[in-house]
Design a protein around this ligand. Sequence first.
Ligand code: KMH
Ligand code: ZN
Length: 274
Amino acid sequence: MEKLIITAAICGAEVLKEHNPAVPYTVEEMVREAKSAYDAGASIIHLHVRYDDGTPTQDKARFNEIIEAIKKVIPDVIIQPSTGGAVGMSNDERLQPTELLPEMATLDCGTCNFGGDEIFENTENTIKYFGDRMIKLGIKPELEVFDKSMIDMALRLQKKGYISTPMHFDFVMGVNGGITGDLRDFVFLRESIPADATYTVAGVGKFEFPLAMAAIIDGGNVRVGFEDNVYLSKGVLAKSNSELVAKVVRMAKELGREIATPTEARKILGLKAI
Ligand code: KMH
Ligand code: ZN
């Protein structure tokens, strides 16, 4: 079995300090959270950025400032900017961080409800537009799927040349509007991707650690972090993203799965060595 790649989704676009005071907004806070998650065992940082007041932004300059600051302290970490941004942003607004030529970026593969009146919109043409951009710029997409139909869309668009292979998926499970975080649904998604594809699983809220356990056993990879869940255990807020990563490392250790370094993660994902 390959080593386990742990992604830390340290900030997201929706979670606030009101949910957990350790949610990072400022450059210094972002660096603190990225560095401690890396020290705990994360090889990928899935990155959203905020202005100092917590407002989510896809501004290229803000991304650049935060990526540069993170790279200064952990130069080998894989930084994976979000192109999902926040609900309601335009396509070109969302795509700004791709201009910085990151190794990876997310590519959201369908539209879904996001609770209340929120709709996270990704039409077929949007996915084609984003996929095409990433192929042209040599950016490896992490294919964010919130439901099984999004895997089917990704497979269709791969055949049409909008997505490169081998494909790498992120099963985001438990969003209010997407697939549940039940084990049955995890198996359904896992069995729906090509044999040469890799995947990570991001369980939202209470699903984070049960799904992490399933992926560790199955040979998949794991994403944790404040974007998806702010609790270390029921009713106990995590003091930092690093506590969430450290819990996955402990689980992996118990099950005999080794943790991938960024260099090893690059090899597993087919990224260029740095
Ligand atoms: N914030 C969500 C609307 C991604 O990073 O690509 C979208 C999201 C997915 O977080
Ligand atoms: Zn995200």
